[in-house]
Write a protein that binds this ligand. Structure first.
Ligand code: DAH
Length: 336
């Protein structure tokens, strides 16, 4: 049996050496080292037919042969796998690369952040209010009776009688003034909802930024100068600002604010853009101050509301507002 083992060992080692792939080596493993049918196990199984004196040395030789063959098989297996051509290993060079996905700030949020930094440096605090609000905060306290045409224009989704999705960020003015005494200087970005058609310049849900200043001795000059300063910091020193008379129930007088920017063309020449409307604004109507219990004889203020998505459209030359709200990563991923 010792001879038989030696023969088996040589035969197996030769077979391992000439094996070319993993499958062949596996077949050889079963043939020589398999627990049930393997040839080495077969020898061990026949130990019983030996005399008690012969058994230990043959048994030990069989175990040694098994160990040696197992090692040799393992070595050959490593050689065979290392030698395989690259395409056969799990590496398929024809696959497209796996990209690392890195998040970016949404272009509208970037605009909000940039606007916020400017107002923060002018002494404004950040404020926020709920997106579900009441008729009182959204309309009535803002001097907009429910049967007023301005309420129609901002018709929105009602969740229950008197409870609605806010149609602008202006209710944050009321909520802030109810909670804090003057002076007030706040910036309040947030989402608002309207029954607008979904088109290139309207989406039924969109971001707004509200601003409010109330203090003693605040004048129309503060209003115009601060907004002009903001516009020049945001769009550049050459930016011109225009205040067009308008109407909002909660401001008197009211204005729509336009900017005319200077852009540098590719050939280096400077060019003025058309006037572009950026916000609604005005001096806070005394009735609004009365509604929150402020002394409207003593305090005055100004306010504005603007759409950062429109600003983002201008900034990036995007023609369709809907792109910002469709969550298409091919579009949003470009604003790093
Ligand atoms: N809330 C107005 C709107 O959504 C925008 C606005 C206009 C806000 C004038 C103001 C303001 O604070 O003073 O159309």
């Amino acid at each position: 049996m010792i001879d038989e083992l030696r023969r088996l060992r040589e035969e197996a080692l030769d077979a391992f050496a000439s094996a070319r792939d993993v499958g062949e080596l596996e077949r050889l493993r079963v043939r020589y080292l398999g627990r049930k049918e393997g040839l080495v196990s077969g020898v061990l199984r026949r130990l019983g037919s030996l005399t008690p004196e012969e058994r230990p040395s043959v048994g030990a030789a069989a175990n040694r042969a098994r160990k040696l063959l197992a090692e040799a098989l393992q070595d050959r297996l490593s050689e065979v796998t290392a030698a395989r051509p690259a395409t056969e290993r799990a590496l398929d060079l024809t696959l497209p690369p796996r990209r690392k996905w890195r998040g970016t700030i949404h272009p509208v949020s970037q605009v909000i952040d940039d606007i916020w930094r400017i107002f923060q440096s002018l002494g404004f605090a950040r404020a926020r209010g709920p997106e579900v609000d009441t008729e009182w905060y959204n309309f009535v306290a803002l001097n907009t009776p429910l049967d007023h045409p301005a309420a129609d224009e901002q018709d929105t989704l009602y969740l229950a009688p008197g409870l609605l999705l806010r149609s602008h960020t202006s209710p944050v003015q009321i909520r802030t003034m109810e909670r804090y005494p003057p002076p007030i200087r706040i910036l309040a970005p947030g989402m608002v909802y309207r029954r607008d058609t979904y088109d290139a310049t309207h989406t039924p849900a969109f971001a707004q930024i509200e601003g409010l200043v109330v203090d003693e001795g605040v004048t129309f000059v503060d209003f115009k100068a601060t907004l002009a300063e903001f516009a020049r910091r945001f769009w550049g020193p050459g930016t011109q600002v225009r205040f067009r008379p308008s109407f909002f129930p909660f401001t008197e007088p009211s204005a729509e604010v336009d900017v005319k920017r200077v852009i540098v063309r590719e050939d280096g020449r400077e060019e003025e853009t058309d006037w572009i409307e950026i916000m609604g604004a005005g001096m806070v109507d005394p009735a609004v101050l009365d509604n929150v219990g402020y002394d409207s004889e003593r305090y005055t203020g100004w306010a504005f509301g603007m759409g950062p998505a429109r600003v983002a459209m201008l900034r990036h030359g995007v023609r369709d507002l809907r792109l910002f709200y469709e969550n298409d990563m091919r579009f949003l991923g470009q604003f790093t």
